[in-house]
Write a protein that binds this ligand. Structure first.
Ligand SMILES: N[C@@H](CCC(=O)N[C@@H](CS)C(=O)NCC(=O)O)C(=O)O
Length: 217
């Protein structure tokens, strides 16, 4: 068995099947970059339905990006991929700490990323950018989530630990781009400070801004 770090450096680059404007894909791209892992990207045109082609469904029967091929594995679900990368390629265990309390805190935020973040800010943005059906409860979900984040970030600089973890990466993109869905971040000073701190991490890669919405970012 290879050691946690050798697979990253000695094997072929990971392959990320994604979509440039997806926050779910961004969190995986961001961790690959922060860990210094080599990867190549295969962009799917979701608007043309490429995610429903048989060759992609063979990788993820749910027909969703991201999918990451790495270490001979085919992984799907952004948060599951983050956990794999942290366990397999971060020997220091910064991103998914070994402390049970911190690990539980990370998991709590990953659940919030899969729940209210996805159904709130991400859904509002998808409706605005991609013509997805409007989600009436999205603003209320966003307000509750941002309120909880603001409260936490008033107490400590990062969401789940005294240092950045997977929690910060999973929450970052759809929070940063909430204005693209009509949700203002103006009331949330601690969140805005935290977004800037994530963007200052060595190896940070931004998510492209949707064409025409540069003024909102
Ligand atoms: N739970 C999944 C959700 C991923 C997801 O919603 N991906 C969207 C792009 S942001 C997608 O592939 N949508 C295409 C479709 O559903 O047809 C994850 O965390 O990876």
């Amino acid at each position: 068995m290879s050691s946690p770090s050798t697979a990253a450096t000695n094997s072929t680059p990971a392959r990320l099947h994604g979509f440039a404007l997806s926050g779910h894909v961004h969190r995986v791209r961001l961790l690959l970059s922060l860990l210094g892992l080599p990867w190549e990207e295969r962009e799917l045109d979701l608007r043309q339905g490429e995610q429903r082609r048989p060759e992609f469904l063979a990788l993820n029967p749910l027909g969703q990006v991201p999918v990451l091929e790495i270490d001979g594995q085919v992984l799907s679900d952004s948060n599951a991929i983050l956990v794999y990368l942290a366990l397999r390629h971060d020997p220091r265990r910064q991103w998914l700490p070994e402390s049970p309390v911190q690990q539980a805190a990370v998991q709590r935020w990953l659940s919030l990323a899969a729940g209210p973040l996805a159904h709130g800010p991400a859904a509002a943005r998808a409706a605005a950018l991609f013509g997805r059906p409007p989600v009436p409860q999205a603003p209320a979900l966003a307000e509750r989530l941002f309120g909880a984040m603001e409260q936490q970030l008033a107490r400590q600089p990062w969401l789940a630990a005294p240092h950045p973890t997977l929690a910060d990466l999973a929450l970052y993109a759809y929070t940063a781009r909430a204005p693209e869905g009509g949700l203002s971040l103006a009331p949330y000073g601690h969140i805005r400070r935290w977004l800037a701190a994530v963007e200052a991490l060595p190896g940070f890669v931004p998510m492209p801004v949707a064409p025409g919405l540069e003024a909102l970012s």
